[in-house]
Design a protein around this ligand. Structure first.
Ligand SMILES: C[C@@H](N)C(=O)N[C@H](C)C(=O)O
Ligand SMILES: [Zn+2]
Length: 221
């Protein structure tokens, strides 16, 4: 795929799902992955991922240069939370662009938050993450995780021009490890990677997505 495909693109919604039934697992259960509390919720949804996505994340972490680890910010997101994030950001955009028709607002919003019906985080296959050292200190990747296009002046885009050499190199380190383990990046956000969801299936030309909306009830560690 060469052109950037947004999550609002009808091809994402048209991608078939062959649900494989993998459970959500808790990334905190064995201490292999470091998690950050900024998106922590009471029931620990943020710390869950599909079992296959977790395996691939561990594989990717083993590919990092010595002394580096992932710092996971958010994995699974319940549908109601996804809808809330989408509506809040769309409202901000409507205020900034009062002349824009609803379709344009949806497109602009989807560069930062997925429309709920195709949301990668709701599938349990998406993870927002950055790099840290052995002491947990975050590396320089050019913007904060979850910086909006507006506040970062576009530097949230994975291939944004004008980054420092350090940030550019660290994004490349992150990308090499995650791509090698089978994840795909959402090119408008350097920190967002997914495996198994519709966006992944479309990007990798898989016959179908492996993960539809995840079932949050059977929580296993
Ligand atoms: C902004 C961020 N937290 C995020 O997750 N965005 C993507 C596109 C999503 O909503 O799936
Ligand atoms: Zn994300």
């Amino acid at each position: 795929m060469t052109d950037l495909i947004l999550l609002s693109d009808p091809r994402v919604a048209a991608t078939a799902v062959a649900e494989c039934g993998e459970p959500l697992v808790d990334l905190r259960a064995d201490g292999h992955l470091r998690l950050d509390a900024r998106k922590a919720d009471d029931d620990g949804s943020y710390a869950r991922l599909r079992a296959g996505a977790r395996e691939r994340l561990l594989r990717a972490q083993r590919l990092l240069p010595d002394g580096l680890r992932f710092l996971v910010v958010e994995g699974y997101r319940p549908p109601a939370l996804q809808s809330r994030y989408f509506e809040e950001y769309a409202a901000t955009l409507r205020r900034a662009h009062p002349e824009a028709p609803p379709g344009r607002i949806r497109e602009l919003a989807s560069a930062y938050i997925s429309p709920p019906e195709v949301a990668p985080h709701v599938s349990g296959g998406a993870v927002d993450l950055t790099l840290c050292g052995a002491d947990g200190r975050e590396l320089e990747l050019g913007t904060e995780v979850n910086a909006t296009p507006e506040e970062s002046k576009g530097a949230c885009r994975t291939g944004a021009p004008g980054l420092t050499e350090e940030a550019r190199a660290n994004r490349a380190v992150l990308g090499r490890a995650l791509s090698s383990a089978g994840f795909v990046n959402y090119p408008t956000e350097w920190w967002h990677w997914s495996y198994g969801d519709r966006y992944w299936a479309l990007s990798t030309r898989a016959a179908a997505a492996r993960y539809g909306p995840a079932d949050p009830s059977p929580s296993t560690g």
